[in-house]
Ligand binder design. Sequence first.
Ligand code: F6P
Length: 321
Amino acid sequence: IKRVAVLTSGGDAPGMNAAIRAVVRAAASQGIEVVGVRRGFSGLHRGEMHLLGPRDVANTIQRGGTILLTARSRTWRTPEGRAEGARYLREWGVGGLIVIGGDGSFHGGYHLQEEHGIPVIGVPGTIDNDLYGTDHTIGYFTAVETALDAVDKLRDTGASHERIFVIEVMGRHAGHIALDVAVAGGAEEVFIPEDEKPIESVVEIVKQSVEKGKKGSIIIVAEGYDGGAQAVGDAIQAGTGLETRVSILGHIQRGGSPVSSDRILASRLGEAAVYALMDGQKGVMVGRTSGGITYTPLPETWQNSKDVSHDLYRCARVLSI
Ligand code: F6P
């Protein structure tokens, strides 16, 4: 293999640049050239590509976002769009594609491989941590820190006013960020999509916390929980009459300089993705499980669900006594 291509796709995640850097430099160490594709699959079917050398990724390991830009592409969902992309990859003499992104991006890469025979390796990059086959995804650790920082700040104002704060964190279908933030932020309760408990239950929880002498409370809601934080906040206000505020943290959780765990994970996985292509692997995601590098067939990463830590869920409850 003489040349590989790399792209970032779907929602950006802190640490994607560290992963691109690792791909470029690991490849260079093996005498392999790297073609950077801009704007994910959207750019691939338009041929937005250029060579990336080791010096081009200098001063990027600490930067949030993605220097290659990203997009969610509609055209890529069509066989015609993918055929265009495959044509460009062939023109550039690319022998394998590394896709840094989440499950939607892996779908896109998998179809390309199936239809056009171009080997694809996935690198898990999403703040949601919702991919089966890796303990953590690139960006997750930073997103948790960013959300936690916001929760701590909201706690200051919430405690001063003796209010209930309902805080929504990201996680389209997953409660991983919510659970971590709930435990680390000392939340009263946490609502996640993996356990759709009835929204009314929050009224009893808040009433009990008041009876225990708590003046204010933090309640964490994952975006994917039905109705989100607004519905939970409305239920509290209606059911208890207590002064409640809702705060939706949103895209701030996707930005910022990656924390060390994300940089290290990205560096290891970017390097592993290059070696995987050299070994003739294809259609797998490189992941990190119990400290070791693992290879999971791409369809399994989205077909098998990654469970949240039930132990953490239990712990959050116990500690809010
Ligand atoms: O997948 C990452 C994520 O940040 C989810 O948590 C969120 O639901 C979604 O992306 C938001 O997507 P967009 O940036 O397209 O609004």
